[in-house]
Design a protein around this ligand. Structure first.
Ligand code: IVH
Length: 650
């Protein structure tokens, strides 16, 4: 039995901590089954640290309080470069430091106590002085060794966390069984260790990193980095991304690197921990009542903030879809002030139980459009007002029609829809008529100059009147009219996209323009024929046919304005680019990313959003993102801006 326990513990260590197993899963299962058999036959032999305990089963009636031998302190926070430098300056007044930089794992801290090399107790931080005994749950965590490599007494501290993968799996499971979803991996981990029945923790797939040795002097250890090495040698899971650095500039580089790379990690981090390396220096610097003075945590800018949802207002989009929007008490989030957030649709609001007056958390989805994530129900006062979907269009008052989870205004004459259509027509990927902000279009619409998209080309007839409008003058009207004229020469795909045909986005427009070459071919194309086009499905084919059957003479009107309706193709094919796949990352100094994309496409290349083995080149500008690392990993040729530009000129 002892031999089996040793083999299983070794296998666990190799598998979970070293990521380098030396036995097969089948062999592991066989050892485990054999051990279970022996333990069943001889319950009196079962050891407290038996690996069979990992599967859980121990149930406690309440959490025992334990007093930490040394208080478990928290860390002070810094939020930007200046504060990191201030921290460094303060330290340098006392000592000449080296720093250890670590990832700040987003979980909950734990103290592990070993006697004679065996795990005897796991405890939460609690209030720092008194924590709770969670030994039964800690034993189920595969990255916590039940026995370490030396028969010594030792306390180590670290973080229990749940990987992103386990968290997603857990929520998937909860969704299927209609249980409320957990907000984030940290809450999920905390909830799991606060269970009386260890089966729950065992099923949750928790993990643990060790990052602190409270009594280094007992082991004759002189630096924090040495302490980490020592704990690693004992068999603890120490994070592999720790770096020993010389000065604050290198600390800032580490912060910068992990700010960019944090999404690639399989677990969540909420910042970077900076610790002075030398233990004597740590002792000299000492503690405040709450924090060590020799360490601090750089916190990443919040991705989510709390604010009050003051009202819900409805907007009408180009397709007529009516969207509820949260009107928020303005808050700062990732560098901008946010006062609106999308609520998507009725189902979304109801599923999240959002009421007017609620305190809500908001985040920027995909870093751009803010959205409401969750309601803080515990902060309700009772004065909140239930949400009710409207039945009529907020602009034209016609009855809304529900389709799937969205409501639509189907009134073709609805002002808002028309304005949105006009805005879309001039947008960058459509006709790209520069100088028209949303506001100008709305004003021109309300004044009657713009009613439908062909009216852009009639504006020149009102030049004298327009010049007199407040905020305009000869020069700005001339510029506007010039860019309208210029748009007449656009290739067919821009016009197709600008028409606003449902389901025909800019990519589909390109496919159609390339295949049909001119608008008449496309108008004459039958539904079945459209379907034979690559990437054109029933929904798009149907929509194209319907559009041209009911366009109220719009195409003819546009033809009368001499608008080009031919596919001009790649105007400038270059063999360096033709058929090749490019990926852009970082900021280019001489052209914008959109211009670079247009150039590449014009010369026959394609631009993709992610790096794969099929990518031909990755173009790298200033401050590149993870795509740069992907390119190196996959051995994809890299071009800097200069090399890219000279490829164009060749
Ligand atoms: S050191 C005296 N290192 O962050 C040393 N803490 O906000 C105290 N944390 O309570 C902790 N990763 O739960 C340290 N690499 C790391 C950490 C880390 C996460 C947590 C820990 C601490 C909290 C402070």
């Amino acid at each position: 039995m002892n031999e089996l326990i040793e083999l299983i513990n070794k296998a666990n260590y190799e598998y979970y901590i070293m990521d380098n197993p030396s036995i097969t899963d089948q062999e592991y299962d066989r050892y485990m089954q054999e051990l279970i058999k022996i333990e069943k036959l001889h319950p009196e032999w079962v050891k407290d640290d038996s690996p069979t305990k990992r599967v859980g089963g121990e149930v406690i009636s309440q959490f025992k309080k334990i007093v930490h031998e040394k208080p478990m302190l928290s860390l002070s926070n810094v939020f930007n470069e200046e504060e990191v430098r201030d921290f460094d300056e303060k330290i340098k007044k006392e000592v000449v430091p080296n720093y250890v930089c670590e990832l700040k794992i987003d979980g909950l801290s734990v103290s592990l106590l070993y006697e004679n090399g065996k795990l005897v107790r796991g405890a939460t931080r609690g209030d720092g002085v008194t924590g709770e005994d969670i030994t039964h749950n800690v034993k189920t965590i595969k990255t916590v060794p039940l026995v370490i490599n030396q028969p010594i007494d030792i306390e180590v501290r670290g973080e229990i966390y749940m990987s992103k993968k386990s968290f997603n799996q857990l929520n998937e499971k909860r969704k299927l069984t209609n249980q409320e979803l957990l907000a984030n991996p940290r809450n999920a981990a905390a909830g799991s260790v606060r269970q009386l029945d260890s089966k729950v923790a065992a099923s949750r797939n928790l993990d643990c990193f060790i990052y602190h040795l409270p009594n280094p002097e007992d082991y004759n250890i002189k630096t924090h980095y040495e302490a980490l090495e020592f704990m690693k040698s004992l068999g603890f899971n120490v994070n592999p991304n720790i770096e020993l650095v010389e000065n604050v500039d290198e600390v800032l580089k580490y912060i910068d690197k992990w700010t960019k790379k944090r999404d690639e990690l399989p677990y969540e981090i909420d910042g970077i921990v900076i610790k002075t390396n030398d233990i004597k220096q740590q002792q000299l610097l000492g503690f405040t009542s709450k924090y060590p003075k020799w360490a601090t945590a750089y916190k990443f800018p919040a991705l989510e903030v709390l604010t009050k949802l003051k009202d819900i207002k409805f907007t009408v989009g180009r397709t007529g879809q009516v969207t509820p929007n949260a009107v928020l008490e303005p808050v700062r989030l990732m560098g901008s002030v946010i006062s609106r957030a999308t609520l998507h649709n009725e189902d979304y609001v109801l599923a999240k139980h959002i009421k007017i007056g609620d305190i809500v958390s908001i985040r920027k989805a995909g870093d751009v459009i803010p959205e409401v994530v969750a309601v803080k129900k515990e902060r309700r006062t009772g004065n909140e007002i239930d949400f009710k979907m409207i039945e009529n269009c907020p602009i034209c008052h016609s009855i809304l029609i529900k389709k799937d989870s969205a409501y639509y205004c189907v009134n073709e004459k609805c002002d808002k829809k028309k304005i949105e259509n006009l805005i879309h027509f001039v947008s960058r990927d459509a006709m790209y008529i520069e100088g028209f902000g949303d506001r100008i279009i709305e004003d021109f619409y309300n004044m009657g100059y713009l009613k439908d998209i062909d009216d852009f080309y009639n504006l020149k007839n009102y030049k004298e009147e327009l010049k007199e409008l407040e905020g305009f003058g000869e020069k700005s009207i001339n510029n506007l009219l010039e860019s309208i004229e210029k748009s007449k020469e656009n290739s067919l795909e821009r016009l197709l996209f600008g028409l606003g045909i449902r389901y025909v986005g800019s990519k589909t427009s390109k496919i159609l323009a390339k295949k049909y070459k001119n608008i008449d071919n496309l108008i004459n194309a039958k539904y079945e024929e459209l379907l034979t086009t690559k990437d054109i499905g029933e929904r798009i084919a149907q929509s194209v046919v319907e559009y041209f059957a009911n366009d109220n003479g719009m195409i003819d009107k546009l033809k009368r304005h001499n608008i080009n309706m031919l596919y001009l193709g790649k105007t400038n094919v270059n063999e360096n680019f033709d058929g090749k796949i490019f990926v852009l990352t970082g900021t280019l100094s001489s052209i914008t990313r959109n211009e670079a994309k247009e150039k590449i496409e014009e010369m026959g290349g394609n631009v993709s959003g992610s790096v794969s083995k099929k990518t031909d080149f990755v173009i790298v500008g200033e401050n590149p993102g993870s795509k740069y690392d992907d390119a190196i990993k996959l051995n994809v040729p890299i071009l800097n801006e200069q090399e890219f530009l000279s490829k164009i000129n060749n």
